[in-house]
Write a protein that binds this ligand. Structure first.
Ligand code: PAF
Length: 278
């Protein structure tokens, strides 16, 4: 496989994509914040079925972090990420600097409702505005035909689909199943923060989520039972343990076609999220 090209400017990204499109090639984008793990690599493998050329973007997006969050300490390891991509179908890594993405006097925001309401937003009100903004920019910068996002961030996937539809961005959006460790822990760049003891606790999350997903208790009781299980397992705070309509993420109603179980819980200051069909 030929060497992966690293592109750092919007100008060079567009020139590369224009050349590919002139050859009639279909371009795929895998947006990431780096610290690549098997979950990201599986996104690259999956999009390769749908695209002739693949861009992996690596950009730790400041607008999706609040002042008290881990922007400064978020793992940045470009050399390792490039090694991890070797042997996968990525043609190009797009790793712009923050000042390229957000030039001085940047003045535009995206404010979203619909699937952005509740759950993650209750705790992180800034989050989806920042995600929608950077993803919209990555779509217009890369002019990708297709992009892929992991279902681990299920609410994020719904938000991005809605944003792309609402803004008429001509990109097909694929969702990809969660990749899990042997004990069920969903892969995440933030798992790198867990020490051995915290990692033990984290390994119990997916089992508790599975219990919530199949519970035949009334919804509120099932959610409360999951909260209790999480605290007993050693989680120090439960942000939410919820059963929701899988399409809207609102309360389950008589017309709900799919249900989703979703959990966000913390072990000390490390916040983990997971979800599955219910
Ligand atoms: O899921 C992520 O890694 C990020 O939220 C994304 C979609 C790359 C936007 O910064």
């Amino acid at each position: 496989m030929s060497e992966i090209r690293i592109v750092r400017t919007i100008h060079d990204m567009r020139a590369q994509v224009a050349a590919w499109k002139a050859e009639g090639l279909r371009v795929g984008l895998v947006p990431t914040m780096g610290a690549l793990h098997a979950g990201h690599l599986s996104l690259v493998d999956q999009i390769s079925q749908k695209a002739d050329r693949i861009i992996v973007s690596i950009f730790v997006n400041p607008t999706q972090f609040a002042a008290h969050e881990d922007l400064d300490t978020y793992p940045r390891q470009e050399a390792r990420d490039l090694e991890a991509l070797a042997g996968h179908a990525a043609d190009c890594v797009y790793a712009p600097l923050a000042r390229e993405v957000y030039p001085q006097e940047f003045a535009t925001a995206i404010h979203m409702q619909g699937p952005a309401l509740g759950l993650e937003t209750d705790d992180r009100p800034h989050f989806f505005g920042g995600v929608a903004l950077v993803v919209a920019k990555l779509f217009t910068q890369s002019q990708a035909d297709v992009a892929i996002f992991g279902e681990k961030d299920y609410q994020q996937l719904l938000v991005i689909r809605r944003m792309a539809r609402d803004l008429d961005l001509p990109v097909e959006i694929l969702g990809a199943p969660i990749i899990r460790e042997a004990d069920g822990l969903a892969m995440s760049s933030r798992n790198a923060y867990l020490n051995a003891e915290q990692r033990q606790v984290a390994g119990k999350l997916s089992g508790i989520l599975a219990d919530l997903a199949v519970s035949d208790l009334p919804i509120e009781e099932a959610e409360n039972a999951a909260r209790e299980q999480l605290l007993e397992a050693g989680f120090t705070q439960v942000d939410y343990a919820a059963l929701r309509d899988g399409d809207s993420l609102q309360a389950i109603g008589a017309d709900s076609q799919h249900r989703r179980a979703l959990i966000a819980a913390r072990i000390d200051n490390i916040r983990l999220i997971d979800n599955m069909p219910a």
